[in-house]
Ligand binder design. Structure first.
Ligand code: GLA
Length: 382
C-alpha cells in the first residue's frame, strides 16, 4: 500500500477539519477475463489490487458536509437534506450518490467530512469510481453505525453509479473492490453474487497493465447502449439474462435482430464460457490455455462487442507478435484504459521498453505501465 499517499490524505484532512479521521483504503481492480458479462448475470474473474483510493472521514459538527478531492484540489459543501446530482462527469456524484442511496434505505447519517485521493488514474479501467463509492459507504457505515453488510454496501455503491453517475454498471467492480483477497482472483457468479477465490500463482510469468492514457468520450453512452441491447435480446429469447442462453438458442431468433446485435449477444455467451474455461486452466496451472482465452476475449471485444479502440488494439497486436506473451486484452468497459498482459518475467523489461517506444511512435503519446499486487478489499487502515 502507498504509505506516502496515506500520510498525505491524513495530514490534509487534519489540517482542514482539525479532527482525527477514520482512514480507509479501498482498492481498484483488475479483471483477468469476463468483460461485459456481469450485467448479463454471468461470470467474471477480477481481483482487487494494491492501488486505489485512500479516504479520511469523520463526523462534522457544523450543519453541513464537505467532500474534498485532494488530487483535483476541489471541495464541495452540501446539505444532507437536499441532495441532487451534480454536473455530469463530476466526482461529487460518487459521494452524493452513495449518501442518497443510504438514505433511500431509511438509514440515518449525520453530517460528515471526507478527504480522499488515489493512485490509479481515472479512466484507466481499474475502477477508481467503485473504489471511491466503496470507501464512502464503508466509512459512513463505520462512523454512524449503520449495520450494513458488505453485500448491502456494494449494492449501494452500484445504485449510486446508476442513479447519480448515470452508468448502468454491473456488480463486478464494487464486488472486487469490497471483497478482494490478497494474492487471489475471485471467480464471481454475478447472479448469486457469490465468489470462489483462486490463488494466482503465475510462476515464471506475471501480469502487467499498459495504460493507453486515453478515454474516448462515448464510453458511458456506449456502455448503457450495450446493456440495453443485451436486455432486449434476452427478452426476445424469453430468458432472464444472456447467461441463460446458448449460441443454439440465439440461432432461433437470428432473423429478429440486426447482424451487429446478434454478434454482441454471441460475444457475451462466448465470453461467459471463456471465464469458466479460464478458471479451470488457472486451477490446472495451464497458462498457455489461459493466455489463449485472454486473446480470444480481446478478439470478441474488438470485433463482436465493439468496445475496443485503436490504441488498445495496437497494444494487443504488438503483444501477439511476442511469443513470450501468452495473452493480452483490453480490460474494463472499453474505449480506452488499460490492457492486461500475461508475459514471461524474463521478457518484462525488454517488452516495456519496446512497447513504450512503439506506442509513442504510433500515437505521439506515452503509455504507462503498471505492475500490481493482488490485495484485500476495502478496509480500515491506521
Ligand atoms: C465497467 C463496469 C463493470 C463491467 C465492466 C465491463 O467496469 O463498471 O460493471 O461491466 O465495465 O466488464
Amino acid at each position: 500500500m502507498n504509505k506516502a499517499l496515506i500520510q498525505k490524505i491524513k495530514t490534509v484532512y487534519q489540517k482542514i477539519f482539525k479532527t482525527v479521521p477514520l482512514m480507509i483504503f479501498s482498492p481498484g481492480r483488475i479483471n483477468i477475463i469476463g468483460e461485459h458479462t456481469d450485467y448479463n448475470d454471468g461470470f467474471v474473474f477480477p481481483a482487487a489490487v494494491n492501488k486505489g483510493i485512500v479516504a479520511a472521514i469523520g463526523k462534522s459538527d457544523s450543519k453541513e458536509s464537505t467532500a474534498f478531492a485532494i488530487d483535483k484540489n476541489e471541495k464541495v459543501t452540501f446539505s444532507l437534506s437536499s441532495l441532487k446530482p451534480s454536473a455530469e462527469g463530476s466526482w461529487a456524484n460518487y459521494v452524493f450518490g452513495v449518501v442518497a442511496e443510504i438514505q433511500n434505505r431509511s438509514k440515518t447519517i449525520g453530517d460528515f467530512n471526507i478527504a480522499f485521493g488515489g493512485d490509479i488514474p481515472p479512466g484507466a479501467g481499474m475502477s477508481s469510481s467503485a473504489a471511491l463509492e466503496n470507501s464512502v459507504v464503508f466509512g459512513l457505515n463505520e462512523l454512524f453505525d449503520l449495520g450494513l453488510t458488505k453485500e448491502d454496501m456494494i449494492l449501494i455503491s452500484q445504485k449510486a453509479e446508476h442513479n447519480y453517475v448515470g452508468v448502468k454498471c454491473g456488480i463486478m467492480d464494487q464486488y472486487a473492490s469490497m471483497f478482494g483477497i490478497k494474492d487471489n482472483a475471485l471467480l464471481l457468479d454475478c447472479r448469486t453474487v457469490e465468489s470462489k477465490p483462486y490463488k494466482m500463482d503465475f510462476k515464471d510469468h506475471e501480469l502487467i497493465l499498459i495504460n493507453t492514457n486515453v478515454k474516448h468520450s462515448l464510453s458511458d453512452s456506449a456502455y448503457n447502449d450495450r446493456r440495453s441491447v443485451c436486455e432486449s435480446i434476452s427478452e426476445l429469447l424469453k430468458v432472464r439474462a444472456l447467461r441463460d442462453a446458448t449460441e443454439y438458442d440465439l440461432e432461433g431468433i437470428k432473423d429478429k435482430v440486426t447482424p451487429e446485435n446478434y454478434q454482441k449477444a454471441i460475444y457475451v455467451i462466448q465470453e461467459n464460457n471463456r471465464v469458466i474455461a479460464a478458471s479451470k486452466a488457472m486451477k490446472a496451472g495451464d497458462l498457455k490455455t489461459l493466455g489463449a482465452l485472454i486473446y480470444g476475449s480481446h478478439e470478441g471485444l474488438q470485433h463482436q462487442y465493439k468496445v475496443s479502440c485503436e490504441e488498445l488494439d495496437f497494444l494487443v497486436d504488438q503483444a501477439k507478435l511476442n511469443t513470450h506473451i501468452l495473452g493480452a486484452r483490453m480490460m474494463g468497459g472499453g474505449f480506452g484504459g488499460c490492457t492486461i498482459n500475461l508475459l514471461a518475467k524474463t521478457e518484462t523489461e525488454s517488452f516495456k521498453t519496446f512497447i513504450s517506444e512503439a506506442y509513442k511512435y504510433k500515437f505521439n503519446k506515452a503509455c504507462s505501465i503498471y505492475s500490481v499486487e493482488l490485495s484485500n478489499g476495502t478496509h480500515i487502515i491506521q
